[in-house]
Design a protein around this ligand. Structure first.
Ligand code: IVH
Length: 664
């Protein structure tokens, strides 16, 4: 590999990793499995190791976990909560032991404590004089989120322990498979989005503003780490014993003293995996002696003393019952295999993505074939091979869009088929409008894909911008008389729409739906150009220069702003909203940082818009109605029912004057 080749591949890898981080952490909609993600990371590490001069401090290899979100207050960890290096084979496990031996300058057999690698999220719980003081998520490894109230609702976490002095316990919060299945069943019943796996469900359940919701989710906790002021212990096995004595649950663990022992533990655990009531994605091996652990220290984001052996993705066989064709918001056509439901490590699987038609051709897939599918715990499974042919002829590529009938096209250089009828295809319109009103864009609660589809069919909205004209349809077709709607819900929707008219520049950019431009890239563009016109007129070179963008993305953005239809859309969109550019908020200490603020009543010193803009500039989100998501209500004259509701819910209430004093 030459330096130039390394540079090109690194650029692509970084771009891909950032994209997948965004999908995983911010959208909770991963496109690839953990396994594939790990492979990308490994490749990045490998290239950075070979060409250290290309390693940058902002490389994904230097980051651990999710950025801290800001919904909760922050807690700085006493010691960083880092992550583990991965091994995928016996050989790599052997290399790890050898590295440890070399570092310690010994050829003696070392002892390792083997544990389950629980597929959940790590948490740190701090006790003082026997009382649970606070608890935090891992966050970015250095600063986590304060989830004390939520942690207190987990029944396997004791509120009091018999330990004088200070002690920090760390472990994994997880959701038992049974609870996960039940939760998704309930969500399906009410049409809520399903959690992709127990880990996402556990993370979503722990990071709730209402601890009652966390409580109802039946989470569990396995402890695996203790660090205290008066701990007199020398090994990880003793840590596990102490943890149990203090009243915590721990998953199974075992002392291993050779590579053979360790590999056997991996095989046994992997075999027993389907019988466990919780998800694991591997085994963890920790050098048993705590003193030696200390001597080994860290390299980058990983401690040298431990390693995670990741199990390969799970496979199963099933039959393809049908192939359905999806049309995405950009017109991308995706074939999806409808499968005879099959159990894969606790989850019933009935769909598998086929990505594109090349894949169908390459694998010679027909309806009725028996196929091997693969799932690594988190995403829609993939078909990896046909194991028995049905004898049916190969599924043939559609030539027309299943929604609008337009002839499909294949753009040069791209494998996917597209419906080119961007402005006349109802499937695309519905997908795009649903995206436009979703949480990361205009964030209009009350408008989900189902409602958008209905409104579209009824002719209430035809394009995304029609959302702002929805109220005008009231005269002919009152929303309140539509089944499932009432006066209150209709009013709530109109309020939310009005409220979405104050939109930050980055959300405005995300809402445009430029392929590949999500929150992270939109923020990058907003911070660089600070103004939609400046971004629109940016030269290709200005865009390429942006770190983290990449040539392909720069090209895509440049082309987007040179398209007449897009320009017209932006012009109209701009006239319907107020775009606010938020300077990067460094004032995390502000009382308003990431708080949802609602204004009610007439303000005397400021206009409503001014007040909102000031609050936004301090990092606040503006809400339209009072709910348990509201943090602060600013009250002017004649506040009406919102004030009463705020009092009922115990939301913090402040006057206009108090608000202004805090803003200065
Ligand atoms: S020890 C330096 N033990 O796996 C990190 N972690 O990539 C030490 N995990 O962040 C963590 N089961 O969330 C440890 N028995 C176990 C674990 C475990 C699951 C998770 C944890 C950690 C990640 C490491």
């Amino acid at each position: 590999m030459t330096l130039d080749e390394a540079k090109t591949e690194l650029k692509l890898l970084k771009h891909e990793l950032r994209r997948h981080d965004e999908l995983y952490y911010n959208k909770a909609e991963p496109e690839i499995s953990d396994w594939e993600y790990d492979q990308l990371r490994l490749r990045l590490n490998e290239i950075e190791k070979r060409f250290p001069e290309l390693k940058r401090s902002n490389s994904p290899s230097q980051k651990v976990g999710a950025p801290v979100s800001g919904i909760f207050s922050k807690i700085t960890h006493k010691k960083p909560m880092l992550s583990l290096e991965n091994a995928f084979s016996k050989e790599e496990l052997g290399d790890f032991i050898e590295r440890v031996q070399n570092f310690l300058n010994t050829s003696e057999n070392l002892e390792f404590c083997a544990e389950h690698k629980i597929d959940g999220l790590s948490a740190s719980i701090f006790y003082k004089n026997g009382q649970l003081e606070y608890a935090a998520t891992r966050g970015d490894g250095y600063v986590g989120e304060d989830v004390t109230n939520n942690i207190r609702t987990i029944s396997s976490i004791p509120q009091n322990i018999k330990y004088l002095g200070e002690i920090e316990i760390r472990g994994e919060v997880y959701m038992p498979i049974k609870s996960f299945m039940e939760l998704n069943r309930q969500r399906e019943e009410v049409g809520e989005k399903l959690f992709a796996n127990p880990r996402n469900a556990a993370a979503g359940s722990l990071r709730q503003l209402d601890a009652e919701v966390t409580k109802s989710r039946n989470l569990g906790f396995f402890a695996y780490y203790a660090d205290g002021s008066e701990l007199n212990i020398e090994t990880q096995i003793e840590v596990m014993e102490l943890i149990k004595k203090l009243g915590f649950a721990s998953s199974e663990y075992k002392l291993c003293s050779s590579l053979e022992d360790m590999y056997k533990y991996c095989n046994d655990t992997s075999q027993n995996r389907p019988n466990l009531p919780y998800e694991i994605d591997g085994a963890v091996f920790k050098l048993n002696s705590l003193e030696l652990q200390n001597r080994l220290g860290f390299v980058g984001r990983n401690p040298r003393h431990s390693i995670a052996f990741k199990f390969p993705a799970e496979e199963a066989e099933t039959v393809i019952l049908d192939i359905s064709i999806g049309v995405g918001r950009t017109g991308k056509i995706t074939p999806v295999a409808i499968l005879e439901p099959v159990n894969l490590n606790g989850a019933m699987v009935s769909r598998a993505t086929l990505h594109n038609f090349n894949e169908i051709e390459r694998k010679q897939i027909s309806i009725g074939d028996t196929v091997k599918i693969l799932r690594s715990g988190d995403v829609i499974p993939k078909i990896i091979a046909v194991t028995k042919k049905s004898g049916n002829s190969m599924f043939s590529m559609p030539t027309t869009c299943p929604s609008c009938g337009a002839n499909l096209v294949q753009y040069s250089g791209l494998v996917d088929l597209y419906c080119p009828n961007h402005f006349g295809c109802s499937a695309q319109a519905v997908r795009y409008i649903s995206y436009f009103v979703s949480k990361n864009c205009l964030d209009i609660p009350g408008l989900g894909e189902k409602q958008v589809e209905e409104f579209f069919e009824e002719g209430r909205i035809k394009t995304a911008l029609d959302v702002f004209k929805l109220r005008e349809k009231e005269i002919d077709a009152p929303l309140a008389s539509k089944p499932g709607w009432g006066k209150v819900s209709a009013q709530k929707l109109y309020d939310a729409i009005e409220n979405s008219r104050d939109v930050s520049l980055s959300r405005f950019i995300v809402s445009l739906g430029i392929p590949g431009v999500g929150e992270v890239i939109a923020q990058l563009l907003a911070d660089r150009f600070k103004d939609i016109e400046k971004l629109r007129n940016a030269e290709k070179t200005d865009l390429v220069e942006l770190d983290g963008l990449g040539d392909l993305m720069a090209e895509e953005i440049y082309a987007f702003f040179r398209n007449d239809v897009n320009i017209k859309f932006i012009e109209e969109f701009k006239n319907l909203v107020t775009i606010i550019y938020q300077e990067k908020i460094i004032d995390m200490a502000s009382k308003f940082y990431n708080k949802t603020v609602v204004f009610t009543g007439t303000l005397s010193k400021l206009s409503r818009n001014e007040a909102k803009q000031i609050a936004i500039s301090k990092g606040a989100k503006i809400g339209s109605s009072i709910s348990n998501k509201t943090d602060i209500v600013v009250v002017g004259e004649n506040p009406g029912s919102k004030l009463r509701k705020a009092m009922e819910l115990g939301v913090q209430i402040m006057s206009e004057e108090e608000f202004l004093n805090l803003m200065i």
